[in-house]
Design a binder for this molecule. Structure first.
Ligand code: PSU
Ligand code: MN
Length: 307
């Protein structure tokens, strides 16, 4: 395959990432679809600054995952990041879209599914996101490719559970079927992204980053193929009450039906509709939980590097 000039391998590592890997400094992978599709402008810039800065302050190197003009990239150059933040011709790409995006030389913002595929290719063990995709409500069931990629990618994935717009019990069932290990961080409940409480239990919990690092070592020693999904509730100061979220989601789902939204547009549409229905409150929660998840991912990456 012909690669763009200046590229020697399919995967491009940013200098800071290449240096970190050489020096044994932990790296935390971050997704790019949340920046280019999930969050509105200018909150996406805020999310980027807050997540990358907390990862650095906790002793790890942040690496945004994306396909940049056809090149799968681990860490973005500033000018490329600007295009993603401005959403200038940037498409949302899931796992199935990777090859066409690379072959077509396009800018692709990677969802959890596509980011995990690239983390696996690069051998990166720790990844942070806001909330994973999952099983949507109501038949016919739209199920995010995030779930199946979690089953195939040996990556510690830190999130605040699955997005509140989804069918959370069904999502948790699918994770079990797919053999994805779910660990509640300082919780025994599967969080609901905007909400801390869902009433759904997780079977395993951890109190420290070191415990998660130890579980990951066992996971790899057992040659398990999938992810360890670490779930933590959104920071309590910004978590929303379940009734408020449920009402907002019901309205968002009705709006989506009315607007005839389908496919990859569903999740970004619903998140924007929930933001409107909560008077912008859900946006604050989203930013706070992204930062908290990046921080925990950095702590885990640091613990893993000394394990
Ligand atoms: N987390 C957020 N906001 C987001 C997403 C995650 O806080 O927008 C994105 C992730 O990229 C996730 C995607 O993979 O939403 C799920 O989209 P879909 O349901 O189309 O698979
Ligand atoms: Mn879908």
């Amino acid at each position: 395959m012909k690669l763009p000039p200046g590229t020697t391998a399919l995967l491009k590592l940013h200098d800071t990432v290449a240096q970190a890997l050489r020096d044994g400094v932990p790296v935390v992978a971050l997704e790019s679809s949340v920046l280019a599709q999930g969050l509105p402008i200018p909150a996406n810039r805020d999310a980027d600054a807050r997540t990358r800065s907390i990862v650095s302050r906790r002793g790890a190197v942040p690496a945004i995952i994306a396909v940049v003009r056809g090149v799968p990239s681990i860490g973005l150059e500033a000018e490329d990041l600007e295009r993603f933040l401005a959403r200038d011709g940037v498409v949302k790409i899931s796992a199935r879209d990777l090859a066409p995006c690379v072959a077509g030389g396009k800018d692709g913002a990677t969802t959890v599914a596509a980011s995990l595929a690239l983390c696996t290719l690069a051998g990166l063990p720790v990844f942070a996101t806001g909330g994973i995709g999952g099983v949507h409500r109501d038949a016919p069931f739209d199920e995010s490719a995030d779930l199946i990629e979690l089953a195939r990618s040996p990556v510690i994935t830190v999130c605040a559970g699955a997005k509140s717009i989804l069918d959370l019990p069904a999502t948790l069932e699918r994770l079990e079927t797919l053999g994805v290990t779910v660990i509640g961080f300082r919780t025994t409940e599967f969080p609901g992204f905007f909400t801390s409480r869902t009433g759904l239990s997780v079977t395993h919990s951890a109190e420290t980053a070191a415990e998660i690092a130890a579980m990951y070592s066992a996971h790899r020693a057992l040659n398990r193929p999938g992810a360890i999904l670490v779930v933590q509730p959104p920071p309590s100061a910004s978590a929303l009450a379940p009734e408020i979220v449920e009402a907002a989601v019901a309205k968002a789902l009705a709006d989506a039906k009315g607007a005839g939204v389908s496919g990859a547009a569903v999740t970004p549409f619903l998140l924007a509709a929930v933001e409107r229905a909560t008077g912008g409150k859900s946006l604050e929660t989203n930013l706070a939980l992204l930062e908290a998840n990046a921080a925990l991912a950095a702590d885990i990456a640091v613990a893993l590097s000394s394990h």
